[in-house]
Write a protein that binds this ligand. Structure first.
Ligand SMILES: Nc1ncnc2c1ncn2[C@@H]1O[C@H](COP(=O)(O)OP(=O)(O)OP(=O)(O)O)[C@@H](O)[C@H]1O
Ligand SMILES: [Mg+2]
Length: 213
């Protein structure tokens, strides 16, 4: 009986974990891109009296809608079998962190960083960097982002995202930061976001390197 209760509460914990996972995914992969799409529609509407722009605007809107659909499809696949895959995080970051025109993102990967990680660790780290970068471009008006992937001598792994924007100061936390902190906690680690003296924001995730295996 006792073990039945343990099983039931483990099942409930797993279900709650999954619910939070879906909530974070909806925020990052659906809600935010839909807000961006709405802004694009508003811009296209404002320019609707200029026929020469219409075709290009519609093409852009179609591409944005397709991208959201693609992300929803990926979410569904992710929910099934992310844990079994192996990932090259630097490659995923290059492919899947949007960099706006005029912006640059530099990756710094130390030799201690493993070439391939388990799917869950890579996936949560990718989402953290995506959200940190989105904030840096959108709120910080950053031009440059540096991402550092390192494993320290004390078996602690660290991922740092530094931007050259206006800095975070004491901004109130939104869903984005809350999701980033939850993802760090899933990795058994912590996330801090601090204002740099020289300007800009530093987001740092620290977690046990064993989780990368
Ligand atoms: N890199 C950054 N530079 C400047 N300000 C930042 C940066 N990152 C976060 N902020 C500030 O922190 C706030 C909270 O960020 P968070 O990602 O939690 O929410 P959001 O981006 O406002 O909304 P959402 O992510 O839900 O669309 C932002 O509104 C912004 O004021
Ligand atoms: Mg955000």
């Amino acid at each position: 009986m006792g073990s039945g209760e343990t099983g039931a509460s483990a099942g409930l914990a797993r279900q709650q974990e999954l619910q939070r996972h879906v909530a974070r995914e909806l925020h990052d992969q659906v809600a935010q891109p839909l807000i961006a799409l709405l802004l694009e529609i508003r811009e296209a509407k404002a320019a609707s009296d200029r026929p020469e722009r219409r075709a290009a605007d519609f093409a852009q809107l179609e591409e944005s809608a397709r991208k959201i659909l693609r992300q929803v499809r990926e979410m569904m696949v992710d929910l099934r079998d992310k844990g079994d895959l192996r990932f090259n995080l630097p490659r995923a970051l290059k492919d899947e962190v949007p960099v706006p025109a005029g912006g640059t993102m530099s990756l710094h990967v130390t030799s201690r960083w493993p070439e391939e990680l388990n799917g869950w660790a890579a996936f949560n780290l990718l989402r953290i960097v995506q959200q940190a970068a989105a904030n840096a471009w959108r709120h910080g008006h950053a031009k440059k982002i540096d991402v550092v992937l390192d494993v320290g001598p004390s078996t602690e792994a660290v991922v740092v995202i530094i931007d050259d924007g206006i800095g975070i100061e004491d901004a109130p936390r939104g869903f984005g930061m809350a999701g980033m902190e939850e993802r760090a906690a899933i990795l058994g680690g912590t996330l801090t976001a601090t204002q740099l003296k020289v300007g800009g924001t530093r987001v740092e995730v620290r977690f046990p390197a064993g989780l990368l295996a």
